[in-house]
Design a protein around this ligand. Structure first.
Ligand SMILES: [Zn+2]
Length: 199
């Protein structure tokens, strides 16, 4: 994982999963001409969606860079494997760690895009824990607290599905528990996304 982001004017980090929410954040930024440091964590766990998410990330980036060739995007990837541990810890603990790794003192990064939509976290304390993971990990690892921004907080998942260009949407991956390489149609994300897909 050798980043080229040092000494650049990019101050904003987005962890890109290949899902609809982080894709929507990157698309908005590219469209608006904002530079972004992106990072994808290949997260292997027993739910088995890492191959799909990794492919989606590659395709999403390629599409956005083709549509917005002047958008400045610097991308890296890393991998973490939880498969032998039959328990899945909250992913945001891991996002906090990777943000800390990437936001080292010479990185120039000060801000993290939180791709949280209106449907996420019916319990506000869960959102608070998510944010604290970023704030405390990055502060512990770099000595500086990051600024968090929430560009899609006013949109529901259905809004985002309708808002994204169709060609970009079809490059994302949303299913949490893929079955033989296909969306399961039954997980919570499939249920939120599929009824809103263009026909
Ligand atoms: Zn599913």
């Amino acid at each position: 994982m050798r980043a080229k982001a040092a000494a650049s004017n990019v101050d904003t980090l987005l962890l890109l999963s290949g899902g609809i929410d982080s894709t929507a954040c990157l698309w908005q930024r590219a469209r608006d001409g904002l530079p972004t440091r992106t990072h994808h964590v290949m997260l292997a766990d027993w739910e088995g969606r890492q191959i799909h998410e990794n492919r989606a990330t590659t395709q999403v980036l390629a599409w956005i860079q083709q549509q917005y060739p002047r958008a400045q995007i610097t991308h890296t990837e890393s991998g973490v494997d939880f498969r032998t541990v039959r328990r899945i810890p909250r992913n945001h603990y891991l996002w906090g760690y990777w943000a800390g790794v990437l936001m080292h003192q010479k990185s120039g990064l000060t801000t993290i895009v939180v791709p949280r939509n209106k449907d996420d976290f019916s319990d506000p304390r869960a959102g608070e824990t998510y944010d604290r993971s970023y704030l405390t990990s990055v502060e512990l690892m770099t000595g500086q607290q990051p600024r968090l921004i929430y560009p899609i907080l006013s949109y529901t998942k259905a809004d985002l599905v309708k808002m994204l260009p169709e060609d970009l949407l079809k490059r994302t991956w949303w299913c949490r528990r893929p079955n033989a390489g296909q969306p399961c149609h039954t997980c919570s994300t499939c249920k939120k996304v599929e009824p809103n897909l263009p026909r």
